[in-house]
Write a protein that binds this ligand. Sequence first.
Ligand SMILES: NC(=O)c1ccc[n+]([C@@H]2O[C@H](COP(=O)([O-])OP(=O)(O)OC[C@H]3O[C@@H](n4cnc5c(N)ncnc54)[C@H](OP(=O)(O)O)[C@@H]3O)[C@@H](O)[C@H]2O)c1
Length: 336
Amino acid sequence: MIRVAIIGASGYTGSESIRLLLGHCEAEVSYLTALPEECGPAEKVFPQFRGRCGLDIEPLDLDKLSESSDVALCCLPHKVSMGFVPKLLASGVKVVDFSADYRLKDAAVYERFYAVEHTDRENLAKAAFGLCELFRDQIRGVNLVANPGCYPTGAALAAVPALKAGLARPDMVIVNSVTGASGAGKNPSAKFHFPNMNENLFAYGVGTHRHMPEIEQILTSAAGRGVSVLFQPHVGPFDRGILSTVYMEPAKDVKPRELLDLYRDFYAGEPFVQVCDGPPLLKDVATTNYCHVFPTAVKGRIVAFSAIDNLVKGAAGQAIQNMNIIFGLDETLGLR
Ligand SMILES: NC(=O)c1ccc[n+]([C@@H]2O[C@H](COP(=O)([O-])OP(=O)(O)OC[C@H]3O[C@@H](n4cnc5c(N)ncnc54)[C@H](OP(=O)(O)O)[C@@H]3O)[C@@H](O)[C@H]2O)c1
């Protein structure tokens, strides 16, 4: 059994990681940590685990981590995470980091978008980028994986086949996404408070969202040439899920059938990407690690849709998929 620690277990992605790992037949939750004020028996902090998880959530002790665990899922906020990850690695465990701290390969871009100095460039240089379907070969056996952002996961899975095949032009890819309220984590704010969220829908981060350079980095790497992205996120009145619509200028005349065949070939054999016959629904992927994709052509443009669960394929599920790849396990364990 692979022994898995969850650092920041009291948050949304931490508890989602516990939920998924309870159904994994070759990995077990071995150590749960959080800030002291959030500690206690896991089944008291999260009553949904009553009778299913006998562990306590405890303040992090690096010696205990080293003795108890083979890998840590680090579910901390960006900026905080890069203060912890070097210590986790030095304890001898492998790390899948959920934050943005190890995703952007150019530290200067990170510093511009996150407005903070990057304090762990050494590990940034070594981290694999964990979008499993695109970079699987770079993930096997590594010590540190940067789990991708939730929006970038959905956007990239919708855009990459057309870009990689040279069917879409790289100079302007437009990504329009809507997420649910859990994307902002467990701590409430006025914007995400029920009276503002309920029956509401709004755009945010216009021209500045931190996932824009991450989407550009993934698409550029997958397409093998510079890709420019305009990304516009929105929040809607639902708990979980991200629906993305990606608009691309075709490099040549392209028909809906040709796109569908291309995407079906590209994702053939991929356990977690399903190419659908029509636009995907969030409810069809809720609580799962699946991404549903549908490409078509409208008025000569390529339009590709994707739906994921932000807490699963966008976070905890993809982290476990990464963990399975790191350790050479069947990639789907704990996720079907
Ligand atoms: N939510 C999503 O859909 C999503 C998707 C992809 C990636 N992510 C990324 O995953 C990470 C976790 O997100 P989340 O939604 O789970 O957030 P969350 O619900 O706010 O949980 C964050 C966890 O980190 C702990 N924490 C916060 N500040 C800390 C500090 N200074 N020292 C130690 N622990 C600290 C929190 O403790 P407390 O319980 O005391 O607050 C909590 O356990 C973030 O980097 C986020 O960007 C989230």
